[in-house]
Design a protein around this ligand. Structure first.
Ligand code: ZN
Length: 80
């Protein structure tokens, strides 16, 4: 989420039409495009990235859960 001064509604003397930048390649996309990506390659890339990050999150959660379980087990199993 990198949004700088997009809250400024006033379009200066430049007369730039409202637009967004593609999150993949930085190209100009229509403002109503959600998510802001170009059609085709960039859209596919975004889907790929989302899938990857979902898998990554799942792996992390499993690792943390596994670690907690290991700590729990070692706490009760290791004789004192
Ligand atoms: Zn793009």
């Amino acid at each position: 989420m990198i949004e700088t001064s997009t809250k400024k509604k006033k379009v200066g003397g430049l007369g730039l039409p409202a637009h967004k930048h593609c999150v993949i390649c930085g190209g100009v996309v229509p403002p109503d495009k959600n998510p802001p990506v170009c059609e085709g390659q960039c859209e596919e890339e975004l889907i790929k990235r989302e899938k990857r990050s979902k898998t990554f999150n799942l792996v992390w959660m499993m690792m943390i859960f596994g670690l907690l379980a290991l700590m729990f087990i070692s706490f009760y199993v290791v004789p004192r």
